[in-house]
Design a protein around this ligand. Structure first.
Ligand code: G6P
Length: 369
């Protein structure tokens, strides 16, 4: 049956709105309430094997690579295993150091991306363990990996990935919690606390979606810009990259994502009144530093769109537009900050009159290397 837009103007918008449900479905059935533990059904690795891992690679392309960058924070923080993230097309040509204590995690919405599949075969060929995070049951990558964590996003039709991305982050978080528990890095109580926050996330995503109209107004004010800069720090840096990619993909506006602390080493030269800067500033340990980056942008005439949490006071006069999200843990915040950036890209593209669901030159799944 042909997929339907269910009253939405585009599949992309429908899929953005499906995120609370998609996230809830990806969590469902994987939490063991009594122990506060995470259960992943077809991981393909038993507890002993998880305990013996010494290194993790995460390999992916495009938006899935941005999820991988967040995954590094999750696994290193919660399970204390060194993680290296690679773009799939780079991984296999550099003779990566993989052995039987190395886990290679493949992330792919479609499970058919040729470069990611080649990375999987490279890791397997070197005797490593492989697990994929995938949205399509029985896809090539799902079939060939030792284990699979399915995202339950449902079919994603829009070429620009949205709900697949946020559910990939959920898959990575669940995996990191499981790994942290098995390896004795997380107590049952620490895990239970995180699981409780995770369960409250779909409701917070609903609240984030209520910002649709204000974000459409921000899009109207900035859609004429030729370039955009996105800044984030820590686990928000990959979200800055993803926000910039979304805008590029569907509105054809040039956009760059940058680690906020690196701004002074180059992008600051670009700042003037014609360059909108989207700054991700949820409250975390680098909050003050990112605020001072924001002030540097404004001191040079740049216009700032700030994405912050609601509890933050005093931000309004430091930026030109403010997007206020509900609070969650620092670990889950990337999932919430993704939503306004998806909506911003969507509305800018609609204003520009592009083909939102099928942007020029792009394919949903790239099956050639
Ligand atoms: C294409 C799509 C992107 C996607 C990337 C990786 O470029 O347009 O949206 O992120 O492939 O796809 P995958 O299915 O492996 O996640």
């Amino acid at each position: 049956m042909m997929a339907e837009k269910g009253g939405y103007r585009h599949f992309m918008l429908k899929e953005i709105y499906e995120q609370p449900r998609a996230v809830a479905d990806t969590i469902a059935g994987r939490l063991k309430d009594e122990e506060g533990d995470v259960h992943l059904e077809s991981l393909g690795l038993d507890d002993k094997e998880l305990q013996s891992l010494k290194k993790v690679f995460i390999i992916a392309c495009g938006t899935s690579w941005h999820a991988a960058l967040v995954g590094k924070f999750y696994i290193e923080k919660l399970a204390r295993i060194p993680v290296e993230v690679d773009i799939a097309s780079e991984f296999r040509y550099r003779d990566p150091i993989v052995d039987e204590d190395t886990l290679t995690l493949l992330i792919s919405q479609s499970g058919e991306t040729a470069d990611t599949l080649a990375g999987l075969r490279e890791a397997k060929g070197k005797g490593g363990r492989t697990v994929c995070i995938c949205n399509v049951v029985d896809s090539s990558i799902a079939r060939e990996s030792d284990g699979v964590i399915y995202t339950h996003a449902g079919p994603e039709i829009g070429v620009a990935s949205t709900k697949a991305f946020t559910t990939q982050l959920i898959g990575l978080y669940l995996f990191a919690l499981r790994l942290g528990r098995v390896r004795g890095q997380l107590s049952a109580e620490e895990c239970r606390r995180r699981v409780a926050e995770l369960v409250s996330l779909p409701r917070k995503l609903e609240t984030a979606l209520e910002l649709d109209v204000p974000i459409e107004n921000i899009a109207k004010a900035f859609a004429h810009a030729r370039d955009f800069l996105y800044l984030g720090r820590g686990n928000q840096y990959p979200i800055a990259l993803e926000g910039a990619l979304k805008l590029k993909e569907i509105s054809y506006i040039h956009a760059e994502g940058y680690p906020a602390g690196e701004m002074k080493h180059g992008p600051i030269a670009l700042i003037d009144e014609n360059l909108p800067v989207v700054v991700l500033v949820p409250h975390n340990e680098t909050y003050e530093k990112v605020i001072s980056n924001m002030e540097e942008v404004r001191a040079r005439g740049g216009r700032v769109i700030a994405v912050a949490t609601r509890a933050e006071t005093g931000l309004r006069d430091k930026c030109d537009a403010l997007i206020e999200l509900p609070e969650t843990s620092d670990e889950l915040m990337p999932i919430l900050t993704s939503v306004p950036l998806q909506l911003l890209a969507y509305h800018v593209a609609v204003i520009k009159g592009t083909d939102v669901d099928q942007p020029r030159n792009l394919a949903k799944s790239v099956t050639v290397e």
